[in-house]
Write a protein that binds this ligand. Sequence first.
Ligand code: SF4
Length: 190
Amino acid sequence: MVQRCLTTLSASERQALEVKISDYLLFRNEVDTFLSDHFSNLCTKKCYQNKLSACCSREGIITFFGDMVVNTLVSCNKEINALVEVLQKSNTGFKCIYLGNNGCMWRVKPIVCEMFLCEQAKKEVFMEKAWAEDAWEELKQRKKLYTWPDRPVLFDDLERYFMDAGYSSPLMYLHNSPGLLRVKQLGTSP
Ligand code: SF4
């Protein structure tokens, strides 16, 4: 749906959307750098190489509509088509359907996946580097500035943008979830 809508935009409209997400992409780069500096080695050795990929083996992931928009804006059609293609297949295994041979198939993976660290990994890393735990907490707070609707946030804007264009999706949680609507109404922090 996002891919279809993007093809109807003029170059300047698309560019305006790209500008809208640019700050968020910088944030995601910072998160990537943090994770690759502190967790990459551990997760690759302990989980990915032995094919466990436990964090991608949970029974369900939460994907926001904003995740879809961001990823579609930064991906080429071939990458998005590959995601659509795996969705047509039934998932007979215990792993997320988007987990390909080279890791996650999303170019900018869903924010919930990006910010998930298992307890064991956190314990191992943060025991040695307490300052890294502070940095991680700060990144988690910053995440909310894009996703948590106790104030105007990017993920809410992106849903509104597509709704105004006539699209609707059950993944538009910031406009559909009773809990998040209440947060919006009351302006409460989690
Ligand atoms: S979307 Fe990507 S990161 Fe998230 S669970 Fe699936 S494979 Fe893992």
